[in-house]
Design a protein around this ligand. Structure first.
Ligand SMILES: C[S@@+](CC[C@H](N)C(=O)[O-])C[C@H]1O[C@@H](n2cnc3c(N)ncnc32)[C@H](O)[C@@H]1O
Ligand code: SF4
Length: 361
């Protein structure tokens, strides 16, 4: 049986992770995280006006020496999958290539979320070791790209990004994704600026590049609450997605599903402890945090990976500092995983799969 990329709860039932999952479901602490999101740097060469990490950008990075030591600690801890991401552009750090090689040679699955401007500098390592690279493009034309993903001087790196994706598509061994965040903003003159009309064209470009999938995502505000699109834009996006499905695999993020269902910004949670924080964690130059939704939140900080090793931080930190019923009222992509952990605890879990397929829980 194949597990869907976005079936995060189903991924808990893989034999390589299930023993740790069952332990966490029973209320125990994990011995180490299974999946780590790692921000090598907070630097970014782009200046996207809606960037969720806008206030956290350009505030430092791991030294190349500490970054490679961190990769060794992830191997030592038995982490199964690492996502290189930001707060920042992960491929902007010159030490990222080495991290990819160390993790890849140790058999750790690697995913990369990137703006794509620097794939060329990391091409060989990514081609050899990345299970997937997802490029955040959000446009089908250079002009729209300039509006949603301008560089720091207001220019458009669109042509460079697309050329990098084409070059990578030719040599990669893993999957290549094209992600499209649907942006709508009110300009100073009261008109609405949006990229929503380019969803179908972007999907066509993704297929032309040789991408394996096209992911459509919804915009969050600073508190990670989903911003609705309004009926007209929402319907237009839905129609374009439907048309695009005949061209390429279209992945609707959980947030876009919520927008299509008109769920509203809040996802209430009745539980007080997040089991997922025992299974996944976020490592950044400003601290280790329980999860990416709490990046930069001092109340969700587990330690300082600049001055402490990850095994030390994991041994002494309390992942229970976050209470989802109070601290996570936005739509969390892993709410379903937490509910599944409760099912396992109640003896209503599902059968364990025969093999490991996708360790990006
Ligand atoms: C913050 S970026 C950092 C990694 C890399 N620099 C990039 O551009 O992909 C990580 C992801 O967050 C998404 N993102 C940024 N701002 C967002 C927002 N306000 N709401 C939802 N997603 C957002 C981007 O589309 C991107 O895929
Ligand atoms: S947002 Fe809250 S519930 Fe979701 S993974 Fe993070 S800590 Fe857990």
């Amino acid at each position: 049986m194949t597990i869907d990329r976005l079936d995060l709860a189903g991924k808990l039932y893989q034999p390589g992770v299930y023993p740790a999952v069952a332990r966490v479901a029973s209320g125990k602490r994990s011995e180490s995280p299974l999946v780590v999101d790692l921000d090598p740097t907070t630097f970014c060469d782009l200046a996207c006006p809606e960037c969720i990490s806008g206030k956290l950008l350009n505030q430092g990075r791991f030294t190349p020496e500490r970054l490679v030591a961190l990769a060794g600690e992830l191997v030592e801890m038995g982490v199964r999958a690492v996502i290189l991401i930001g707060g920042g552009e992960p491929l902007a750090h010159r030490g990222t290539r080495r991290v990819v090689t160390v993790l890849g040679e140790a058999g750790i699955a690697i995913g990369v979320v990137t703006n794509g401007t620097m794939i060329d500098r990391n091409l060989d390592e990514l081609a050899a070791h990345a299970s997937w690279v997802r490029v955040s493009v959000d446009a089908a034309t250079s002009e729209t790209y300039r509006s949603v993903r301008p560089d720091r001087k207001g220019g458009s790196a669109f042509d460079r990004v697309i050329a990098n994706m084409r070059a990578f598509a030719r040599v990669r061994t893993g999957a290549l994704g094209y992600s499209f965040l649907v942006v709508a903003r009110r300009a100073a003159d009261g008109t609405v600026e949006s990229n929503h009309h380019e969803v179908f064209e972007a999907a066509r470009l993704a297929r032309d590049i040789g991408c394996d999938y096209f992911e459509v995502k919804a915009l969050f505000d600073e508190g990670h609450h989903i911003i609705g699109l309004g009926d007209e834009m929402r319907d237009s996006v839905a129609r374009q997605i439907e048309k695009a499905q005949s061209l390429i695999e279209v992945v609707n993020s959980s947030t876009m599903d919520s927008v299509q269902r008109d769920d509203g910004p809040v996802q209430p949670k009745a539980y007080h402890r997040c089991g997922v924080t025992e299974l996944r964690t976020l490592v950044t130059p400003s601290g280790v945090y329980v999860c990416p939704y709490h990046r930069g939140n001092p109340a969700a900080r587990l330690g300082d990976a600049v001055t402490e090793t990850l095994p030390e931080i994991w041994r002494r930190s309390d992942r229970g500092i976050v209470d989802p019923s109070r601290d996570c009222t936005f739509h969390c992509a892993r709410h379903g995983s937490n509910l599944e952990l409760h099912e396992i605890a109640a003896g209503r879990g599902r059968p364990v799969h025969d093999d490991d397929q996708d360790l990006f829980l």
